[in-house]
Structure formats: structure tokens, C-alpha cells
Ligand binder design. Sequence first.
Ligand code: HEM
Length: 149
Amino acid sequence: MPSKFPVMSARERTPLDPSITPAQIIHLVESFYSKVRQHETLGPIFLREMGEDWGPHLHKMKHFWASVLLKTGSYKGKPVQAHARIQGVTTDNFHEWMDLFEEEVYAIFSPKAASVVLTMAQRIAQSLWLAMFADPFASPPAKFGGRGV
Ligand code: HEM
């Protein structure tokens, strides 16, 4: 049985920006993945990996972002390993992922909080990109803190 979200009381959360709330994280995850689901190229990748029931993934992602942005420590998982085994993802897919994510973040968070959320997303995307495209001659896209591609 998945634990309830958010699992921590307000006193136990330390947001990276004081305006970030659990409700915004729930909104972000639900609206972002509903767009991913309809996306021409990202949708089929997720569908192939997770099937029709995205509930457990969304639950996990709420805890992931709560752990990153509110420091709840409620996500337990290994994103690098989880992505390293997904086949057929391209650098273009990473750009598509980040463009969609950016759109949702700007729609939900204050401008200052949005910049904090996107900095964290870019750092994580960079490590996932490196895990998926491990190539000593390539550098992550500039958008993810690299020199290009
Ligand atoms: C094109 C880019 C991406 C694709 C196609 C992708 C795809 C996926 C898929 C299919 C899963 C589910 C794996 C499973 O349940 O077995 C997953 C999990 C996950 N993704 Fe991504 N992802 C992408 C980028 C990102 C980025 C940029 C982030 C964070 C900033 C992220 C964070 C996560 C996390 C935290 C999980 C859960 C891992 C776990 O604990 O099992 N992903 N992703």
C-alpha cells in the first residue's frame, strides 16, 4: 500500500524556496505526466516501459520531487539505474522532456521558485543523460550544464 502524500508535516519539510508547497508538487507531477502521456514521442516510450497504469509512477515521482524540493527524504529509489536500462531514448527526447517540464514549472511556481526547480531538474537530467549515453567523447546538452550535443 503506497504511503500517503505528503508524508511529512510542515515542520519536517525544508523547502528549497519558501513558496514551494506539496500541493504544487502534486499539480506538477499530475499535469506534467498527463502531457507526457499525450506526447507524440515521449508517450510511447513511457507506455512501453510502464503499461497503462501510471499510478505507481506518479506516486513515486511525487515523493521524488518532494525529496528534492522540500527535502522530505520520502523518495527511495535509484533513478540512474532505472534510466540506464531504458532502450531507444535519444538526446532529442531529453530536450522534449525538459521543454514540457519547463512549461509546467513556469505555469505552477513563482518565477523565483521556478528557477530553483529548473536548476535541480537540469542537474538531475545531466546525470541521467550521462547514465544513458555514457560516451567519453560526448558532453551533455548545453541545456543540462554540458558543452553541447
Ligand atoms: C527523455 C527523458 C526521460 C525518459 C524517456 C524517462 C523515462 C522514464 C521511465 C520510463 C521511467 C519508469 C521506469 C520504471 O518504472 O521502470 C522513469 C522513472 C523515473 N524518472 Fe525518468 N525519464 C526521462 C527523464 C527524466 C528526468 C530528466 C528526470 C528528473 C529530472 C527523471 C526522473 C525519474 C525518476 C526519479 C524516476 C523513478 C526511478 C525509480 O525510482 O524507479 N526522468 N523515467
